[in-house]
Design a protein around this ligand. Structure first.
Ligand SMILES: [Zn+2]
Ligand SMILES: [Zn+2]
Length: 213
């Protein structure tokens, strides 16, 4: 079957995200998603907990800040430490049975990927709905995916409920974590999406400010 999954979502367990577990499910269903990958910064306990508690399909994931870029690990049961190189991080993810995705590899503000030629990524996040300028980021990320010869995926990088689903990946797999992770590593997937509208970004900024003060 073809699944529609947003592979990059942050919940309120990430300090910079506003999305509660209830909102995550609400907006994911509104967007007709079959599931989402929760990829909180530096932790996987939140994703594992929400996956158990909610009656909605969740892929447990983590976003790892490496010394030379950001990496998404999907299909893991435990966290991988931050601040290693991407080579070491990808190796650790594979040892733990997951797949490694180079996320927003060309983003200026979010952590651009550097010195990655020897990192054994399974996929590149070619579409990230949060990155600006959007078109430039898609084109240059596509070049990286074809240079590495790996699959292309997409995710919203949502930090606010209404941002969920602006980018998503269509995956040829059964609705099971192991099958999805395998399908991505075999390239049985296609990225889709558009940039999160400016109005939605501004609303998020305002709400985040309100929360802080
Ligand atoms: Zn990032
Ligand atoms: Zn992110």
């Amino acid at each position: 079957m073809t699944l529609k999954i947003d592979l990059h979502v942050h919940t309120c367990y990430s300090p910079d995200s506003l999305i509660t577990p209830d909102e995550l499910v609400l907006y994911a269903k509104k967007r007709d998603l079959d599931g989402v990958a929760i990829t909180d910064h530096g932790r996987i306990d939140s994703a594992l907990k929400i996956a158990k508690e909610k009656d909605f399909f969740i892929i447990p994931g983590i976003e790892i800040e490496c010394s030379n870029g950001h990496v998404l690990g999907l299909g893991l049961q435990e966290a991988v430490p931050q601040k290693l190189t991407t080579d070491e991080t990808v190796e650790r993810i594979h040892k733990a049975g997951g797949i490694a995705i180079a996320c927003h590899p060309t983003a200026f503000l979010k952590g651009k990927l550097r010195n990655y030629a020897n990192s054994k990524f399974d996929a590149v996040e070619v579409i990230n709905a949060s990155v600006l300028p959007f078109d430039h980021s898609v084109k240059s990320s596509q070049r990286i995916a074809s240079k590495l010869g790996v699959a292309s995926v997409a995710g919203s990088d949502a930090h606010y409920g209404p941002e969920i689903g602006y980018a998503y990946t269509l995956i040829d797999a059964e609705l099971e974590v192991d099958d999805i992770v395998k399908a991505i590593s075999e390239g049985m997937c296609q990225p889709f999406g558009s940039a999160i509208p400016i109005r939605t970004r501004l609303k998020r900024e305002l709400l985040a400010l309100k929360k802080r003060f």
